[in-house]
Write a protein that binds this ligand. Structure first.
Ligand code: AMP
Ligand code: GLY
Length: 433
């Protein structure tokens, strides 16, 4: 065991991911006091919530000084893409604070799809064939679309809150999407540049590494379920559930993931001088036994974190210290052999328009020996818990099998309610054998 005094830790974010991270961090023997900004009523069980804007870096710095913070763990991508890591490096009074997350330059792997595609090409990392277009090359784009095989995948270059990817089933739809992204600035600056890529067929999975930019450890893998409807129907959401492990993520396939994707990516970061101390999320697709990268994220996934953290037995802060001190190559990661599944409950209407402020009955006492209830879009109002977002809570259970874990979460969901509560019943369906 590595000896170090306990630390005050600041966790940035307010979703189910951050509730799961707060739960995990609070168990660390390295953690003295935990602060969460802005947090939610779930994270408040493990530390003190502080109401600040995540992109207000001077406000984050003030909290760090006031609370004698020694480590900042960044949950969502926005502050990373906006340079929170660099802000801490550039200020002498903050530069000794450990920031878990990449530099802004490296966070471009998530912040710009075009940057990520070019990075993969330069570094020989398997990904779908693509071209990128702007208003200056609009006509070429139109021509490219007209001769492209269906379906056609169009991606707004920048951050678009998970809504910037369209899989067009016809050339007309692709053309209309292309026009609204580039000419009508559908996503503002984020769609000034558009990536058009080949559609890949296979089963997706999410692989997570923690890296110091040279060495890495892998965390448990997961699969999330993005569509609102059962049997993967309807609109994309932030995620309606997740399972871990992913049964096919083993053997020769995982060896390819490690060699062709993870190692090549981290070698590419090092070679290109992209400073990275944090999580890399590889959004992969298994195409006939070959892994392809669909996307990179520069943070943990949500709701994947809600199954990954429960399965991680190793002290998370110990891993962060190993990352900071260049000891990841000798760090070990212990994983709970049980399966974990999370089912997300959402507000009716999500991912379209939905009402907030619905009173949630019974969630404080919901749960069971095998279950963790993580809060997402939940706020406290006049002493009651009310809905405050599309994704309201993620109910994670352990089980001997994925099917048992999902069934357990579904039964815990019966213990609470709010008006227009929606969830899927088929999370993990491919693996429920
Ligand atoms: P992204 O935001 O890049 O993860 O894309 C959102 C979702 O669109 C992914 O999770 C996939 O389900 C799908 N997707 C993105 N790119 C492709 C592709 N090239 N082929 C097939 N599906 C894709
Ligand atoms: N669940 C997908 C994501 O966090 O981006």
């Amino acid at each position: 065991m590595y000896l170090r005094a306990t630390m005050n830790i600041l966790l940035l974010g307010s979703g189910g991911r951050e509730h799961a991270l707060a739960w995990k961090i609070s168990q660390s023997h390295h953690c003295n006091s935990l602060f969460i900004a802005p947090g939610n009523p779930g994270t408040a069980q493990y530390g003190e919530n502080i109401s600040i804007d995540l992109n207000d870096f001077p406000a984050i710095a003030a909290v760090c000084r006031d609370k004698k913070i020694e480590m900042v763990v960044v949950g969502p991508e926005d502050p990373l893409v906006n340079g929170v890591y660099d802000f801490f490096q550039e200020h002498a009074s903050l530069s000794s604070i450990i920031v878990v997350g990449p530099s802004a330059a490296a966070a471009q792997l998530e912040g710009s799809k075009a940057f990520a595609k070019a990075f993969m090409q330069r570094n020989g990392i398997p990904t779908a064939a693509y071209r990128e277009f702007t208003v200056d090359t609009y006509n070429e784009g139109v021509l490219y679309i007209s001769s492209h095989a269906l379906p056609i995948v169009l991606k707004a270059d920048g951050l678009a809150a998970g809504k910037g990817v369209v899989i067009a089933q016809s050339h007309e739809e692709a053309m209309a999407t292309f026009q609204s992204m580039i000419k009508d600035a559908q996503f503002g600056k984020a769609s000034e540049r558009v990536v058009i890529e080949q559609f890949l067929t296979g089963v997706e999975l999410s692989v997570f590494a923690l890296t110091d930019g040279r060495d890495f450890v892998l965390l448990p893998e997961a699969k999330d379920y993005k569509r609102i409807g059962e049997a993967d129907s309807g609109l994309n959401t932030g995620g309606m559930g997740a399972v871990s492990p992913v049964p096919f993520a083993q053997g020769a396939f995982m060896e390819k993931v490690v060699e062709k994707v993870v190692r090549s990516t981290i070698a590419g970061l090092e070679k290109e001088g992209l400073v990275y101390h944090g999580f890399v999320f590889f959004g992969l697709i298994n195409v006939n036994g070959e892994p392809y990268v669909i996307e990179y994220n520069c943070r943990m996934g949500d709701p994947e974190t809600e199954v990954v953290m429960p399965r991680l037995q190793t002290d998370l802060i110990e891993l962060f210290l190993a990352m900071q001190e260049g000891r990841l190559s000798s760090a070990s990661v212990n994983i709970d052999p049980r399966s974990a599944a999370t089912v997300v409950v959402v507000s009716g209407g999500y991912p379209g328009t939905f009402e907030k402020g619905k009173v949630i009955d019974g969630i404080e006492s919901a749960g069971g020996e095998q279950t963790l209830v993580f809060y997402a879009g939940i706020a406290e109002k006049e002493g009651r818990l009310v809905t405050s977002g599309g994704r309201v809570a993620a109910i994670t259970s352990y089980g001997e099998t994925i099917a048992h874990a999902v069934d357990q979460s579904l039964s815990v969901i019966q213990q609470f309610s709010f008006e227009n509560m929606v969830h899927r019943r088929d999370i993990g369906y491919e693996f429920k054998i």
